[in-house]
Design a binder for this molecule. Sequence first.
Ligand code: NAP
Length: 206
Amino acid sequence: MTTDRPVALVTGASSGIGKETALALVVAGFNVVGTSRGTSRVTPLDGMTFLGLDVASDASVAATVQEVSERFGRIDVLINNAGVGSMWAAEETSVEQARPLFDTNVFGVMRMVNEVLPHMRAQRRGRIINISSVLGFLPQPYMAAYAASKHAIEGYTESLDHEIRDHGVRALIIEPAYTRTGFEANSAKPDTPCTRTRSSGRPSTA
Ligand SMILES: NC(=O)c1ccc[n+]([C@@H]2O[C@H](COP(=O)([O-])OP(=O)(O)OC[C@H]3O[C@@H](n4cnc5c(N)ncnc54)[C@H](OP(=O)(O)O)[C@@H]3O)[C@@H](O)[C@H]2O)c1
């Protein structure tokens, strides 16, 4: 099927910034496809299609993008919003714990871009919007792994934009500051907590 209305694909549209973005795109006249890892627990929103997606899985990303392409015949806007946080001292984060964070925040974006970009290049139009953070350009103590993942997205997106603009496709980043969502509650706890503390209660290496 091919639709006359532009199609927007929003990852992580079950809550927070992604949900509000998806709703705004519906109001703006887009066919909106929102995604979640748990579509059964998502209340369907008017004017929006919900599909299952885990951006940390190659197979899930490939299947979802193919389904959008087959159902709608076009993908005009990709919003890479899905993300997770880390709120602990740098030394409390093992590499094992940082790996899934990067798998979602960084490699999840790359997986989505690699699947969607061929469709946009064939159309000779499209917008890729990656949700970064102010922590994509600022440091933030006790959020080092998360800030590193968002810094990575900034370099990736700005480089990508130079590669694809001749094909009619542009990539850009959005850098929200603190926004009240479930983000903090959804952040994982440190897997190697420090035992010594300063008077502030923060972990200390001193
Ligand atoms: N809140 C803030 O202060 C703030 C500030 C700057 C930037 N941001 C960024 O804004 C984006 C949205 O965060 P939020 O604040 O709206 O938090 P949120 O309410 O926790 O939303 C995160 C979304 O990401 C999805 N998600 C997480 N892991 C996923 C995975 N592996 N595959 C697919 N979807 C996944 C979740 O969907 P399911 O659980 O349903 O799959 C959820 O819809 C994130 O990229 C975050 O880094 C947030």
